[in-house]
Write a protein that binds this ligand. Structure first.
Ligand SMILES: Nc1ncnc2c1ncn2[C@@H]1O[C@H](COP(=O)(O)OP(=O)(O)OP(=O)(O)O)[C@@H](O)[C@H]1O
Ligand SMILES: [Mg+2]
Length: 147
């Protein structure tokens, strides 16, 4: 999938947010500035969030709770974490009982969570457009609206 503007990226995220369910993990990979936070911003709009969506680079976990959003969501950025133990301390799996996760720099999430995730890898083309490669897990089944 090729998306040539930040607006198109947000619109794609919005579609995912509208279809998101408790237990879902959306894993966003791609270089610095690829557009991960932009996609997450759209996803939060699709969940009903109307306010700002700051990058979680410093907070690491940015929580969103109903009624501002349709279901609890943690927007996570693991870029600055040094090891797997630090990730374990975040207790991210707690969110999955009644909520979902959108994770930037997800490499340290652990194999079980990664295997279950909707994985979106973003690369930047020569013309600046973003090319998205999506791995759709069984959990998304018929919810996946694209080819
Ligand atoms: N599809 C797109 N086409 C062109 N520009 C885009 C697209 N998606 C996002 N951008 C732009 O890319 C820039 C960086 O986006 P963003 O902050 O979302 O990246 P990021 O992957 O979260 O970076 P980081 O790794 O630092 O967290 C922003 O200026 C955004 O508007
Ligand atoms: Mg980001």
């Amino acid at each position: 999938m090729r998306l040539s503007s930040a607006e198109a990226m947000e619109a794609f995220g919005l579609t995912l947010g509208e279809r998101l369910r408790a237990g879902d993990i959306v894993a966003l990979t791609g270089d610095l500035g690829a557009g991960k936070t932009t996609l997450a911003r759209g996803l939060l709009r699709g969940l009903g969030h109307a306010g700002e969506v700051p990058s979680p680079s410093f907070a690491i976990v940015q929580p969103y709770e109903p009624p501002a959003v349709r279901l609890p969501l943690a927007h996570v950025d693991l870029y600055r974490l040094e090891d797997d133990a630090e990730v374990a301390e975040l207790g991210l799996d707690e969110w999955l009982h009644d909520g979902a996760l959108v994770v930037e720099w997800p490499a340290r999430l652990g194999a079980a969570m990664l295997a279950h995730a909707l994985a979106v890898d973003i690369t930047v083309g020569d013309d600046g457009a973003r090319v998205l490669t999506v791995t759709v897990p069984d959990a998304w089944g018929k919810r996946w609206p694209f080819q």
